[in-house]
Design a protein around this ligand. Structure first.
Ligand code: FE
Length: 184
């Protein structure tokens, strides 16, 4: 009987095929716009625009062609975002804490993904159980602020949001160039 161990395959790190990497570069359409790369772990407080009592937003991307935008929403303590309707969908991914809507039973925790179809109308609440939240939201279109009867009392679209963001970043000294980098 043989006592030789079974042959094992040598562990190898696959070599990077440099010509394939180059081909990917070359394959980019010439009219494609530049990517946006944002490292939010390096943020300081100036990046966070106040959006109400205990609520802040950290803009990440504005699509002025399709009217959509992406942002982080952060709340600390007890917080509320007044009732509004979304005529276009929204997606949200919870990074930290817990939160929900007055109009729904569920509570989102870290790792909870939500898809809000067009027509969704809600009031965002952060309750004291965890006492904070951090959520990545993608707004596919404007939102309408509504009163208790559902009557529209105001609206926000990519342009009104951009105007507020510009005012904020001018005020904190980061300026318009910082905002321009988020627009495609
Ligand atoms: Fe909403």
């Amino acid at each position: 009987m043989s006592t030789h161990p079974l042959p094992t395959k040598p562990k190898q790190t696959p070599a990077v095929n440099e010509s394939a990497v180059q081909k990917i570069d070359i394959a980019l359409p010439p009219d494609a716009v530049r990517e946006i790369v944002t490292h939010t772990q390096d943020d300081d407080e100036r990046m966070w625009m106040p959006r109400g009592d205990n609520v802040w937003t950290r803009p990440l991307m504005f699509n002025v062609v399709q009217g959509s935008w992406v942002n982080l929403t952060r709340a600390k303590g007890e917080a509320i975002v007044s009732r509004h309707r979304h005529p276009a969908p929204v997606t949200g991914y919870t990074l930290e804490g817990s939160w929900g809507y007055l109009e729904h039973e569920w509570t989102a925790k870290a790792g909870t993904f939500i898809f809000e179809p067009a027509g969704e109308t809600h009031t965002l609440v952060v309750r004291p159980d965890e006492g904070h939240m951090l959520v990545l939201f993608h707004n596919f279109g404007p939102l309408l602020h509504v009163d208790a009867d559902g009557t529209v009392v105001g609206y926000e679209d990519v342009f009104t949001r951009l105007a507020k963001v510009r005012a904020h970043f001018r005020k904190v000294g980061l300026g318009d160039a910082f905002v321009d980098e988020m627009i495609r």
